[in-house]
Design a protein around this ligand. Sequence first.
Ligand code: MV4
Length: 445
Amino acid sequence: MFSRILIANRGEIALRIIRACRELDIETVVIYSEADKDASYLRLADETVCIGPASPSASYLDISRILSAAEIGDVEAIHPGYGFLAENINFAKICRDCGIKFIGPSPEAMQLLGDKVQARKLAKKADVPIVPGSEGIIEDIDDAVKVAEGIGYPLMMKAVSGGGGRGMRIVHNEENLRSAFKSAGAEAKAAFGDGTMYLEKFIIKPRHVEVQIMADEKGNALHFYERDCTIQRRHQKMVEESPCPVLDERTREKLCEAALRIIKKAKYSNAATVEFLLDKDNKFYFIEVNTRIQVEHPVTEMVTGRDLIKLQLEVASGKELEIEQRDIKHTGVAIECRINAEDPENNFAPCPGRIERYIPPGGPGVRVDSCAYQGWNVSPNYDSMIAKVIVHQRTRTEAIATMKRALSEFVIEPIKTSIPACQEIISHNLFAKGKIDTDFVERHL
Ligand code: MV4
């Protein structure tokens, strides 16, 4: 196992990783920007290094500054958390060239799965259902029209290097297709440096279901069941839960096995999430793989009783996974609500500012992952997430009741947060029945 690592991230995930390291007796070097100098978790680090100003491009995204900190801090490995450099192939390569272990997959696996067209081809080879769509990339507009006629409208135009809903367009007809090919292509080029596009059949009102995977560097891979992340607004997840409330045991097993087949075909190691769309008939289609630990990983930790961050550290240090698939049990129901600093009266725009009063919930079945405290300043420079409230109970009905109770206890003043929006979702009768799809938030809130 490592004896000292660098945490190349901030906020609640930096704290989450510090906690895992302390339990494993690993020393931590934590970087921070000038905006984060008062962060609560810095006192828990063995060493802290200020790497630059508030702007992410001059601090948390600046590879040379991070590697300098790793050099000064004399670490063996870097945990990237999520966001920032977590899925940056170049960063993973440079770490390897510098003899520092990147706690995540190999750059080759990241490259393969980061290309959505290659990932689709891989899934097909692994005998995993994919959304009907173009064989490869769309070469030009004539090609797009031809492919579209073959699949039939409505369609989804997606960026090969995209993900999480960016560079994506629904197209209903040839006219849409022509404008989407131009505009989404330009958007993707600007955002990812790659404007190539592909086409998929548009799945109407699907659910978003994803499978948590952990793989070691010896070829062993395990699944930790699924999460349902259907409740989103503008591709930002708001509520996540496990298990998916509408999956039968047989489909669920098939889904998890399918996810494992993709991961094994990619010769993948470390944490991954394999995303699927679930249609009205409970048929699932692979869409993409996220090559990082995700925000919503605690949902899986609660229902499986496994510490995914510790597992990441173990497999990255070269250890073989000791547990077998049959050892991974799924108990009860977990739900997570993301609490963001946002203003519902201002189109849910980020609403940063100083927290004057902070009283987090607690009690039976409640976990709060947050680095917030009274006096903490929610910076406008970063993601507006303040806390994650995770509940775990034997049944979904009890989990919903515990979440309602937890959210009602939570005091964050005076900044506006997504607590009321989460309360509305959690209290909705359609949510209670599990009758939700990707349009739920837009239609009912
Ligand atoms: C889709 C889709 C319908 N058909 N692909 C959104 C995020 C990205 N990971 C994939 N997304 C979608 N891809 C096809 N072929 C609908 C969505 C989608 C969505 C999916 C899950 C949860 C919320 C969503 C909101 C809008 C669109």
